[in-house]
Design a protein around this ligand. Structure first.
Ligand code: NAI
Length: 342
């Protein structure tokens, strides 16, 4: 922004101040689970983002160490690490505009995301309580799996605390979109940067529904089945290759950082910022499904507009029907968990 100002001497001092004030809006970003496999590279990418002025890293262990390390990077944001002692969680959250939650255990080979439920549900529940108390107006970006259930868990906690704002709660499904773009580009030998495949539904297995037809592709038969399978189960490729050492962390960090950047851009006034994400959605409420991932336009208040699924092929409709069935169960599971374990 400084170079832009320098090359525009016609701006008056007043205008210049107004311009730089919008560009330099203070934005605190908090990462809960900041010392983890995702948390570390995600925090690194947020440190490189000039829109971030303050970065708070909280973890049950290792937060201060990661913060000290990242804090030496020569960008302007101030980085602070916190741990559970001395009110660390509260301090990490106070004043946050964005709270990213990659805290929780990842998958090992043979596990589904739902297998993580027992451990991660209570971690996310407790963190959501802290968010409601210390950062009730923040945008909350849930990465911890199973996203289809952990997002409803957050919603239930926020409702109980009287802080629920459906426009500010997001399940991060960006990695599915990133994978879909990459995989189609490998198949078609195109530049993945130009590919923008819509992915709707949820974030696990059959609930992940890529809508290739909307990008003008007409894969058929085995080609289509292979593509869909790879998008739905791409995470398993990583889990298997890491052989017990975890799941996607680096690509996930990139995807989480992209989503956070989109929210910051929208908060700072940019129009037309659209990302698929898992939100409290009107689209399938009549079928008892309160959360759904579709393209969402972001704005200063979080969710600006939820796009419907749009025109899809009969085959895509079949996939969607399967997804909706699973999704409903995953959502109910999250809601029930909070009811019996408040
Ligand atoms: P990890 O085990 O490497 O890191 C998790 C971190 O969370 C650890 O540093 C741990 O100390 C911390 N933690 C645990 N309980 C905590 C608590 N109560 N408060 C604060 N921090 C806490 O795991 P990784 O690989 O970073 O994965 C994290 C989560 O992200 C997993 O649930 C995984 O399934 C999920 N994930 C989600 C994706 C998505 O597309 N949404 C993609 C990949 C992973």
């Amino acid at each position: 922004s400084r170079t832009m100002l320098a090359s525009r001497p016609i701006l008056g001092a007043c205008q210049r101040r107004a311009f730089s004030a919008t560009v330099r809006q203070a934005s605190k970003v908090t990462v809960l689970g900041g010392a983890g496999g995702i948390g570390q590279p995600l925090s690194l990418l947020m440190k490189l983002n000039p829109r971030v002025t303050e970065l708070a890293l909280y973890d049950i262990k290792g937060g201060p160490g990661v913060a000290a390390d990242i804090g030496h990077i020569n960008t302007k944001s101030v980085v602070t690490g916190y741990q559970p002692d001395a009110d660390g969680l509260k301090q990490a959250l106070t004043g946050a505009e964005i709270v990213l939650i990659p805290a929780g255990v990842p998958r090992k080979p043979g596990m589904t995301r739902d297998d993580l439920f027992n451990t991660n549900a209570s971690i996310v529940r407790d963190l959501a309580k802290a968010v409601a108390d210390a950062a009730p107006d923040a945008n909350v970006l849930v990465i911890a799996n199973p996203v289809n259930s952990t997002v409803p868990i957050c919603a239930e906690i926020f409702k109980a605390k009287g802080t629920y704002n459906p426009k500010r709660l997001f399940g991060v499904t960006t990695l599915d979109v990133v994978r879909a773009s990459r995989f189609i580009s490998q198949h078609k030998s195109t530049d993945p940067a130009d590919e923008n495949i819509t992915v709707v539904g949820g974030h696990s297995g059959a609930t992940i529904v890529p809508l290739l037809s909307q990008s003008g592709y007409s894969l058929e038969g085995k080609d289509l089945d292979d593509f869909v399978f790879r998008v739905q189960f791409g995470g398993d490729e990583v889990v298997k290759a890491k052989d017990g050492a975890g799941s996607a962390t680096l690509s996930m960090a990139m995807a989480g950082a992209r989503f956070a950047e989109s929210l910051l851009k929208a908060a700072q006034g940019q129009k037309g910022v659209v990302e698929p994400t898992f939100v409290d959605s009107p689209l399938y409420k009549d079928q008892g499904i309160d959360f759904f991932a579709s393209k969402v336009e972001l704005g200063p208040n979080g969710v600006e507009k939820i796009h419907d699924v749009g025109k899809i092929t009969p085959k895509e409709q079949e996939l969607l029907d399967v997804a909706l069935k699973d999704l409903k169960k995953n959502i109910v599971k999250g809601v029930e968990f909070v009811k019996s374990n408040p």
